[in-house]
Design a protein around this ligand. Structure first.
Ligand code: ITT
Ligand code: MG
Length: 202
């Protein structure tokens, strides 16, 4: 079945994370899409009750589309560490606590790993594009890498300073936006979204 296309007009970015909203804006820039964030519209932050990235992305996109009456794009993402059975995974934001303290969350990943030799991990990003009538399209992207310690770099957001992409020499925290977008989980999911719903792709 072919995906429903985005027909232009305003698109809600259904995220309350400033780092994500910035990256999504950069990834959408080539398409001239007019975007407005959920925060700017004063939309509530729904409870993420799903047990997969896709389920949570879908829930956030549907809630924003219903509340705004506009097509809405949500992102549910996180860091999955192999030796921690995929944790923090869908709980990546929650590991940072109420204060959204990612220095604390990164230290928690490091202490959970301890002396573990297998430091492999991946970032996963699920994107959901929902319309006010309830239709929803979902896509998933991934980037493989390793957890490094101590954190390196001031760029990006969240867990970026402890994520070294496979075969890379800089962490996501040390990369500029363009370098991260060339390989990131979010960019990978975007390539699929754009090919299916924006009518351009490879
Ligand atoms: O739900 P919204 O409002 O979009 O914002 P959030 O921060 O709560 O987002 P998530 O529920 O998807 O939680 C994902 C967490 O995983 C982390 N994360 C996701 N993508 C990341 C990236 O590209 N670089 C670093 N950390 C990332 C980041 O810290 C997020 O807080
Ligand atoms: Mg969230």
């Amino acid at each position: 079945m072919t995906a429903r296309r985005f027909q232009g007009g305003r698109l809600v970015i259904a995220s309350h994370n400033a780092g994500k909203v910035r990256e999504i804006g950069e990834l959408l820039a080539p398409f001239g899409t007019e975007v407005v964030s959920a925060g700017a519209l004063g939309l509530p932050e729904p409870e993420e009750t799903g047990d997969t990235f896709v389920a949570n992305a879908e829930l956030k996109a549907r809630a924003a589309a219903a509340a705004s009456g506009l097509p809405s794009l949500a992102d549910d993402s996180g860091l999955a560490v192999n030796a921690l059975a995929g944790a923090p995974g869908i709980y990546s934001a929650r590991w940072a606590g109420q204060a959204k303290d990612f220095a604390f969350a990164m230290a928690k990943v490091q202490s959970a790993l301890g002396e573990e030799k297998d430091r492999s991990a991946r970032f996963v990003c699920a994107l959901a594009l929902a319309w006010p009538d309830g239709h929803c399209e979902t896509f998933e992207g991934v980037v493989e890498g390793d957890i490094v310690w101590p954190p390196k770099g001031e760029n990006g957001f969240g867990y970026d300073p402890i994520f070294l992409p496979k075969d890379g020499i800089l962490t996501f925290g040390e990369m500029d936006a363009a370098a991260k977008h060339a390989i990131s989980h979010r960019a990978d999911a975007f390539t699929k979204l754009v090919a299916a719903c924006f009518g351009v792709g490879n």
